[in-house]
Design a protein around this ligand. Structure first.
Ligand SMILES: [Zn+2]
Ligand SMILES: [Zn+2]
Length: 1015
């Protein structure tokens, strides 16, 4: 006799099931079963993953769901009534059943959600074809009626369900939980109904965890889920009985009195034959102008692009490349894909949304360049198409796109409008329990004190798993080995680590489908108070289903570019076309050579600044190389790269054929594309084969690598390269290859680096104002950026009631930036808008009285007015301390005026001069120290002066200026002086205090670490 578990929960039951899919399937196999169902609560999040991985293991997967049934109607939301619901297990028999299940789950989430996603019997009847129903656990409707001693109704319900699913498709779910008196009653009732009505029984175990010893971990998971007190005897718990994946032998034994309940599991397995269609790409339809195919239309667009990009007579090399790319695209049927992407990219560009020049490998495509998807010439920069689309190994091409972060949603919206709101959605992602959080959560569930758990959690380095921590952190291991309580905590935590915890929206993924999505993928809201719609499958499942998935990324730096361009237009009256700036601009390279790269994309870090100063970049190639090299690993190649560029190190080649490929990077293989070219030019690989070689080296799969090595060396021998040289080349190239970086991506990102550097070099005030504005909510960053302004000779003026706008603004014709009002702490956007608007329509404020009489908004309260005063906004109208001293009077006056205005006497009031002059009592003027302290608090920095001004002479005599430190030999001891602007204390692993502080002098600031032995 054979048995199959047909009622099984995984961690996708979100805190109501323990096993991850791999664990579940491995254990199924271990127990010798060749089929299993997955029936998570209210969702099929795991369906595709389960299906795919089960097939890989030779296990027959049965997709299903334990649905929530509304008590009566799914539209009803009666408090204290509809917060309860029934369970019902559904299993998918065939394609129609899957489609119906997807509909049911989608409707449950989007229409029937009340505490849980619910459907009702009416809806079920509509979508029941192709599904098998099981009456579920004690929370099913029939068991509940049996327990309520309503046998007649229970029978009626059972017959009703049988009618809904059709005879032979509904089963009574019988479970063996001997410690539950209720289960005994229910089983008796179910057997009676089965006999009387001829409805078959089926044995399940409502699996929530795999092994009996996991029961307690499941219990902890439930405590985390419900937040219940672990000592509450009433709380929900499965601990009393065994809800593990019991071995088939045990199940058969448990039901030896009712063997048909076991046999029926096989009847169901035989009836369920649904198969996902995986790996087949389903592109949405792109509406092509009449009479043309997608391929023809794409070709037409490319030809238009040819003239724009290369003029009337493009070189043969370009035409050949275009023909080749188009033929590959045609062969694999991706023309619509390019058409879709170019359509929304061009829409964005037409609407002045700055789009990144490309990211990832798409930069290697000439077609993408011609239709405007990318903006780097792949031929000029030697970017390879095969790195993007390999005709010999078709996988979905990946076009990811960067947009200005604040306008990304407009593009997504355009796409939904164009292809239909039912065909476009964002993608779900699951937050999982990470090591630190899981320790804290488990501790709370066990009733441990917060501080105790926190201490243990803090021993886990960020991003490290519990197992790794156990290996690497001695203190963690010691506490585990010596402290009983901690051992229990950590053991549970290990079982719960990585379990899915909640759903949310993936940061950038968007799916575009050819058919309405709810035919293929269940949909839901990311959370109940978020109206957006996301797929219930995560990224990988979406890809496996062959749906078109794209990443729409929001990039802050593009917003800064966009803002700089509009400031240039506003201040200077001309447009700069960022896509057409020269790439050999001397001023830009000078800025890079000096390492003045604060705010420059990808080149900002201190390490990078240092390298740039040594490298002295003179051409765009240098920037591409730095973007590619400045990563852990290849970073060690930078010193060689620099000394070769400076001609301090000789460049030699193992073979003359390497020279043309590696010349650009001084003989150092930096890019994956170079590795591919070497394989082509020296070993006779096609570029497609070369791409396979590149992947083999990158993934370091030994077997694959050996085969590739042989092919590579043989190929070189055939090209008359002596065997010993061929060997040498392979061993020389291998480590580089594993470091090497996608040149297309590096070139695209280097373009943004160059663009930001260009803007900073030519339009420093506009650029820095845009940068400051984009970072206005980060007070520490603001002070760094203002330091940078000062270093480069840009003056940053304090906020001024008549000069400041909402954001940081450029003072025309002067090297000055004016503080934005919205960057003052505690000053909300309402009052800022009111001030700017009033000034625009009726002119500058002439006095504080004038201000009070003209600004009437409820946002002008004590806190906002005080902050404006303290930040020095009114300095030209009155003294800060006097205003503060009279603040109540000012506010009262403001309230009075507001009252008069709202009482309908506005017309009367408007005609009169405001002559009720507020009499300000005199006060001692604020001292410089006070003013500076206020500025630091509200603006994040000292602006009107600096507390160290009076000590300037002493500092110059006794200390090294912080800005000069980098010129000193790192081994030399130097003295610096300044004020501590921020301080952070941490406790080391040895329990000793350690300090991180920011020390600031008149020239710059620096982070200082104070080690425990000094304190
Ligand atoms: Zn249930
Ligand atoms: Zn269940």
């Amino acid at each position: 006799m054979k048995f199959t578990h047909l009622h099984v929960h995984s961690h996708y039951s979100l805190l109501d099931g323990l096993p991850k899919i791999d664990e579940l399937l491995d254990y199924t196999k271990e127990l010798g079963m060749d089929s299993v169902a997955l029936t998570d609560h209210g969702n099929i999040y795991g369906a595709v993953e389960f299906y795919k991985k089960a097939n890989e293991r030779g296990i027959k997967p049965i997709v299903g769901c334990e649905m929530y049934m509304a008590l009566e109607k799914m539209s009803q939301e009666r408090p204290n009534v509809d917060d309860k619901r029934y369970h019902l297990v559904l299993l998918v028999k065939n394609k129609e059943g899957y489609k119906n299940l997807v509909k049911l789950i989608t409707k449950a989430h989007l229409e029937g959600f009340y505490y849980k996603p619910r459907i009702d019997e009416e809806l079920l009847a509509q979508y029941s074809n192709g599904l098998i129903g099981l009456s579920a656990c004690l929370a099913g409707k029939i068991p509940k009626l049996i327990l309520a001693k309503k046998m007649v109704e229970a029978e009626k319900t059972a017959l009703h369900y049988q009618e809904i699913f059709g005879k032979g498709n509904f089963y009574l779910d019988i479970q063996h939980h001997p410690n539950s008196p209720d289960q005994k009653i229910v089983n008796k009732g179910l057997i009676a109904i089965s006999k009387k009505c001829g409805i078959p029984l089926v044995a399940t175990n409502d699996v929530h965890y795999l092994k009996p010893e996991d029961a307690e971990a499941q219990d902890v998971l439930m405590l985390i889920n419900t937040g219940a007190n672990p000592n509450d005897p009433e709380r929900l718990s499965l601990k009393t009985d065994d809800f593990s994946m019991r071995p088939p032998k045990k199940m058969i034994d448990d039901f030896k009195e009712i063997p048909e309940a076991i046999e029926n599991t096989q009847r169901i397995v035989d009836a369920c034959n649904f198969q996902f269609e995986l790996g087949k790409i389903k592109l949405p339809h792109y509406q092509v102008p009449s009479g043309k195919t997608a391929d023809e239309y794409l070709k037409e667009l490319c030809q238009q692009g040819l003239e724009k990009r290369y003029g009337k007579n493009p070189k043969k090399e370009i035409l050949d490349r275009l023909d080749y790319e188009l033929s590959v695209i045609k062969e694999i049927g991706f023309a619509s894909y390019f058409l879709i992407v170019q359509d929304f990219v061009n829409w964005a560009k037409e609407n002045r949304i700055v789009v990144g020049p490309g990211r990832g490998s798409v930069g290697g495509s000439l077609v993408a360049y011609l239709v405007n998807i990318t903006n780097i010439d792949p031929l000029k920069y030697n970017l390879l198409f095969e790195r993007f689309l390999n005709p010999e190994r078709i996988s979905f091409p990946d076009i990811d796109l960067d947009f200005t972060d604040r306008r990304r949603d407009e593009v997504i919206n355009y796409v939904s409008e164009k292809y239909g709101r039912d065909k476009v959605a964002q993608i779900i992602t699951f937050g999982t329990m990470a090591a630190r959080a899981v320790v804290r959560d488990v501790g709370r569930a066990l009733g441990y004190s917060y501080t105790y758990c926190d201490q243990i959690a803090k021993l886990i380095p960020f991003g490290m798993s519990l197992e790794e921590t156990m290996k690497r952190v001695l203190e963690f291991r010691t506490i585990y080995e010596t402290d009983e309580k901690a051992r229990k905590l950590i053991d549970f935590a290990k079982k719960l680590e990585g379990v899915a915890r909640h759903a949310s929206t993936h940061a950038c993924g968007v799916v575009i489908s050819d058919t309405p999505l709810d035919n293929v993928v269940p949909l839901q809201h990311p959370t109940q108070d978020d109206a957006a719609i996301v797929t219930q499958y995560e990224m990988h499942s979406i890809e496996d289903l062959g749906l078109l998935k794209m990443d729409f990324l929001g990039l802050k730096n593009l917003t800064i570019i966009e803002d700089t361009l509009s400031r240039i237009y506003a201040v200077r009256g001309f447009n700069v076309d960022i896509e057409k700036i020269p790439f050999d601009d001397k001023k830009t390279y000078r800025l890079l050579q000096k390492g003045e790269t604060v705010g420059v994309f990808q080149l900002e870090s201190e390490g990078m600044q240092r390298y740039l100063k040594q490298l002295k970049p003179t051409e765009f190639e240098d920037i591409i190389a730095m973007v590619a090299l400045y990563r852990p690993g290849p970073m060690q190649l930078i010193p060689d790269y620099i000394s070769r560029k400076q001609k301090k190190q000789r460049v030699e080649y193992l073979h003359p054929k390497l020279k043309p490929i590696l010349e650009n990077t001084y003989g150092i293989p930096v890019y994956q594309e170079q590795i591919m070219q070497i394989a082509r030019d020296l070993a006779g690989f096609s570029l497609s084969e070369a791409d396979i070689l590149r992947k083999a080296i990158g993934k370091k799969i030994r077997k694959l690598l050996m085969a590739q090595r042989e092919k590579f060396i043989e190929g070189m021998k055939k090209n008359n390269i002596p065997e010993n040289i061929a060997q040498q080349i392979w061993y020389w190239i291998e480590p580089f290859a594993s470091y090497s970086f996608n040149r297309s991506h590096a070139a695209a990102y280097a373009t943004i680096s160059y663009q930001t550097a260009f803007l900073k070099a030519h339009f420093p005030a506009e650029f820095m104002a845009a940068l400051l504005t984009s970072e206005r909510n980060d007070i520490d960053r603001i002070s760094v950026l203002i330091g940078e302004c000062r270093k480069t000779g840009l003056e940053v003026l304090p906020p001024d009631i008549n000069e400041s706008f909402t954001y940081f603004s450029v003072v025309p014709k002067k090297n000055q930036i004016r503080f934005g009002l919205s960057a003052i702490k505690n000053v909300g956007s309402g009052i800022v808008e009111a001030i700017v608007e009033e000034r625009k329509t009726k002119g500058n404020f002439t006095s504080i009285d004038d201000f009070i009489s003209r600004i009437n908004t409820k946002d002008l309260n004590k806190k906002s007015l005080e902050s404006l005063i303290k930040a020095g906004t009114f300095d030209k109208l009155a003294e800060r301390n006097q205003l503060l001293f009279n603040i109540e009077k000012l506010l009262e006056s403001s309230r009075e005026i507001q009252k008069i205005k709202t009482n309908g006497q506005q017309g009367l009031f408007d005609g009169m001069e405001f002559n009720n002059k507020i009499r300000l009592a005199s006060a001692e003027p604020a001292t410089e120290k006070e003013k500076l302290a206020w500025e630091k608090e509200l603006l994040g920095l000292f602006i009107s002066s600096h507390p160290l001004k009076n000590f300037q002479k002493i500092l110059e005599k006794k200390a090294v200026a912080i800005s000069k430190i980098r010129d000193y030999n790192p081994k030399k001891i130097i003295k610096i002086g300044g004020i501590i602007s921020s301080i952070k204390k941490i406790i080391t692993r040895n329990g000793k205090p350690m300090l991180f502080l920011n020390l600031e002098d008149l020239s710059d600031r620096i982070e200082v670490i104070v080690f425990p032995r000094i304190i």
